[in-house]
Design a protein around this ligand. Sequence first.
Ligand code: ATP
Length: 297
Amino acid sequence: MSDRNDGTPLEERAPAKVNLLLHINHRRDDGLHDLESLVVFTAFGDRVRLSPSADPGLVRTGPFAGDLPDDPRDDLSLRAATRMSESFGNGQGVRISLEKNIPVAAGIGGGSSDSAAVLRGLCRLWGVDRHDPRVIEIAASLGADVPMCLYGRPAFVTGVGDKLTPISHEPELHILLVNPNEALSTAAVFGALEGPGRRTERLCGTFQSGDRSVFLQTLRTSRNDLTPPALQLCPAVGVVLGALEQAQGCELARMSGSGATCFAIFPNAAMCQDAADRIFQAHPDWWVCPTRTASVS
Ligand code: ATP
């Protein structure tokens, strides 16, 4: 068990998760969708700080703290802490400070990433192996995307999001995230989805090459099957995609997850920043965030 008597909180990054592709294969009998996705994590994200405390609780700060569920007990970060504490805490409590920088209900996995960060942090604090099957089980019980966020590295994902194949040679990508400042419920987007997608699992191997142009070329042959239903519910997604596609240097523009956040990939940080500045100038009411891929440590 790690000793943290100096009072310094333990800090964990909760990066945004970007679905570079998202293929929905079919709806299973249990209502969940069988899918395949390629996920990466960004340098930008939320932050959680954990301090052992006899008086457990959650304090939320940051630009999007006000959009979180009113009751802290519904917050995915606190739910993760409670589950971990029951299984590994030995009666110990923890105080969580959550800095909420990721827009809520935005398709970039904010809640899943927060709860995964709490799981990783408590593993460090309490000396638990984060690969322990019981930790993975807690992650899966918190949400379909939590196991991939617990892993926190580029991965090809299948099943309902629970089967991960690591992508070991992914090129660094400069990514611009843009959200029209409209929340989209994942359940509503899935509800508006029509018909099954096509299977494309053979793509996984091609992403392993480490060659940037092969990586991007393969990505262009893929899609996000949730874009049509998201567009129906939130036409602003189309305006965001149009702005990204027209930005100088844009190599690929697509929606992430169930939206409404869209992303574009650029060859370098300067072009990504330039596109961000121009888009923000034209649409000051949008959320615009230039970043790059970065895995958790
Ligand atoms: P995904 O891409 O994984 O489907 P998302 O990015 O679209 O998720 P989230 O921001 O994770 O959406 O929010 C999903 C729901 O979870 C919202 O209704 C929100 O109120 C709830 N929620 C609970 N805790 C959190 C949290 N810490 N951060 C974000 N949302 C949370």
